[in-house]
Design a binder for this molecule. Sequence first.
Ligand code: NAP
Length: 266
Amino acid sequence: MKIAIVGCGNMGMAFAKSFLQYDLVKKENLFLIEKSAERADVLREERAGVVVDVVSGHIAECDIVILSVKPQDFASVQAGLREFLEPQQVVLSIMAGIPIATIQEKLDHRLVIRAMPNTPAMIGMGITGFSAAKELSFAQLLKVDNLINATGRSVFLEDETMLDAVTALSGSGPAYFYYLVKAMVEAGKQMGFEESMATLLVKQTMLGSFHLINNADKSLDDLIKAVASKGGTTEAALSQFEAGNLSKTLQAGILAAEQRAKELSK
Ligand SMILES: NC(=O)c1ccc[n+]([C@@H]2O[C@H](COP(=O)([O-])OP(=O)(O)OC[C@H]3O[C@@H](n4cnc5c(N)ncnc54)[C@H](OP(=O)(O)O)[C@@H]3O)[C@@H](O)[C@H]2O)c1
């Protein structure tokens, strides 16, 4: 299999490294197309594939072409891609907010998959939602699903519009998590801890709690109850959260992200 990745920043590189880690493609068959000279030098140093600075004839050799430039840079690669794309090639876009129909039209190409990963893909622990144009065969879908699974897990969405919700929930999700971690670390500092100690306490709490969600065979409500005894310290914190509408505020934030994703998709 030959793969081209157009735009090798954070996400493009996460995909490239995962494919190599699982031997899904050989380095000589992985074309990394990167405009930034500085970034291209890093890619060459890392020997992660064949580094190229512009979309060129290499594209025509590839089975799968991954588009991982920023959405606003899509226009800068359109013409080159139109010139070299062959009808049987599959285009996998991870660009936020650009619908399959738009990509098909701009590239004059039918076989388009649109995916929304998240940054834990960088360490093979991402989750990616994806949708596909109806022209793709089941075998083509599975091939791309296998690739995405090298970066973590995947969910197929028949309804492409649900990608806006994926964007809001898991695409942006890591930032919500860091935000919570940061708030907890700040509270730790206010109570007198050094930042490093507060961070250790919070990070290990998050890690352990995550594993309990997966292993304790209890609902989230039961897990909360197991920590919060009546009249105790956790209850004092939870009452304060409720008084400040924290849960509702978080939900409203996520719905605002979905709304923004919808606007960007127009
Ligand atoms: N980061 C996330 O959490 C996340 C999650 C899901 C989806 N995405 C999507 O993933 C895509 C990439 O995001 P990212 O965070 O990886 O961005 P990034 O780090 O900025 O990577 C994009 C790379 O593409 C390069 N590039 C721009 N125009 C190019 C061209 N014409 N030819 C070749 N390379 C070109 C950029 O170079 P310059 O810096 O010189 O412009 C940059 O190195 C975006 O569309 C984003 O919507 C990101």
